[in-house]
Design a protein around this ligand. Sequence first.
Ligand code: SF4
Length: 64
Amino acid sequence: MKVSVDPDLCEANGVCVGLAPGVFSLDDDELLHIRQPDESATDLERVSKAVQLCPKQALRLDEE
Ligand code: SF4
C-alpha cells in the first residue's frame, strides 16, 4: 500500500498527524511529510482512518 497527499488540497491542520504520528508529520513550513507505512495491521488501520477523516480529502491510499 502507498499513501500520498495532494499538497494543493492539504491545509496542514494536522488531523492525520494526530491519527498516525509515525507516518505523517508536518514541518515548520506546514508541509506534510509521509513515511510509507509498513504492512502491520496497526499502521494500515491508522492510515486508513486518516485517509477517511482528512477534512480536505487530500490523502489517498493505493495498492502498489
Ligand atoms: S488531515 Fe488532510 S488536510 Fe490535514 S494535514 Fe493531513 S492531509 Fe493535510
